[in-house]
Design a protein around this ligand. Structure first.
Ligand code: SF4
Length: 358
């Protein structure tokens, strides 16, 4: 007679060991890892993710300086404070010269990458953005990540030819139903086609998920991780949902920090060599979460270096942990101290994904 134990799911440790031997985890196993609830097993999961992180991407923590250059957005996502129906928000656009000045500051601080981020703002059309990319590339020499939403293929190609290296386009959820509910008028299929186009154009491609979206469950989160792996995403942004008072989701609860960290840890174990930031949203909910994320698989920090007079209005969710900086020297001192405490160092260079063609 077969004993019950033979039918019991393998332990967390066995599951992780199998992954370490190069065996792919099934969806059932990913679900099981996400469902871990005992503190000891949770710690084991984080420790395993940390081992995979160390082996696949090393101890360096790469910095990406974010400049949020426009908070105008034509979309109306139900969870986001930049949604077009939020008429309470003061809107702004930074001039090219202001963006360049921020890029110089980032360069001066020794950060190798600028992330140019905005809502979906048609004002920055192909020609305008290409001009900006080319100027930053030629005059300042930073690696350029774009995070400007969905564009057409010719735009992506032009941005790439102008000098953009990376593109962030979070899909937030792999569930078509949820996606189309939280992003009215948008289609998941189109989002995924954009990610395919970006890969074809040889960008390093970033995407990611939001943990705690209403209607999401562990099954959907497992599908999210599988989708990130199967589409060969290079950078994964995994952050908790935080309700914004000027959105239809204002009365909902925040996503769980612990579940977000578990998703991050499992994503590290499954995707191995990807770049994974310790997101600002995590630190907004728990000031220690950045360190926790770095010890559960993360290897990137993205300080928000938007000039304060604008950054205050990049109000995607409330209480955003503004960079603890008033100046770069202070930023570096704080980061260095934090990282030293957990045996990590600030990485130099671009911090491209190791296995990427770059
Ligand atoms: S999530 Fe992005 S596309 Fe949606 S409203 Fe916010 S900035 Fe716009």
């Amino acid at each position: 007679m077969t004993s019950t134990s033979e039918h019991r799911p393998s332990s967390v440790i066995e599951t992780i060991d199998r992954e370490e031997r190069g065996e792919r985890l099934s969806k059932e196993e990913i679900v099981r890892l996400l469902e871990i609830s005992s503190p000891a097993e949770t710690e084991r999961l984080y420790a395993a993710a940390d081992v995979v992180r160390k082996r696949c991407v090393g101890d360096d923590v790469f910095l990406r300086g974010i400049v949020e250059f426009s908070n105008h957005c034509r979309q109306n996502c139900l969870y986001c404070g930049l949604r077009r129906d939020n008429t309470a928000l003061v809107r702004y656009r930074m001039s090219d010269d202001e963006i360049l000045a921020s890029a110089y500051e980032i360069r001066k601080a020794g950060i190798g990458t600028i992330v140019l981020q905005s809502g979906e703002d048609p004002y920055y059309d192909r020609a305008r953005l290409c001009g900006l990319i080319a100027r930053i590339r030629e005059k300042i020499g930073l690696v350029i990540t774009l995070s400007v939403g969905e564009r057409n293929y010719e735009d992506y190609r032009a941005f790439r030819e102008a000098g953009a290296d990376r593109y962030l386009l979070k899909h937030e959820t792999s569930s078509q139903l949820l996606y189309e509910r939280i992003r009215p008028g948008c289609r998941l299929e189109e989002r995924l086609l954009c990610l395919t186009a970006l890969r074809e154009l040889n960008y390093e491609v970033g995407s990611g998920v939001m943990v705690g979206i209403p209607g999401q469950d562990i099954d959907v989160l497992a599908d999210d991780i599988i989708l990130l792996e199967e589409t060969g995403i290079d950078m994964l942004g995994i952050g908790p949902f935080i309700p914004h008072p000027q959105t239809p989701f204002r009365d909902l609860a925040c996503g769980s920090v612990e579940l977000t960290l578990k998703v991050l840890a499992v994503a590290r174990i499954v995707t191995r060599s990807t770049n994974i930031p310790a997101t600002t949203a995590l630190r907004t909910l728990d000031k220690d979460a950045r360190t926790m994320a770095l010890q559960a698989g993360a290897n990137v920090i993205m300080p928000d270096l938007t000039p304060l007079e604008y950054g205050l209005f990049y109000d995607i969710y409330p209480g955003r942990a503004k960079s603890e900086v008033t100046d770069m020297v202070t930023l570096f001192t704080i980061l260095r101290n934090d990282l030293q405490g957990i045996g990590r160092t600030i990485g130099s260079g671009a911090g491209h994904r190791r296995s990427s063609p770059h």
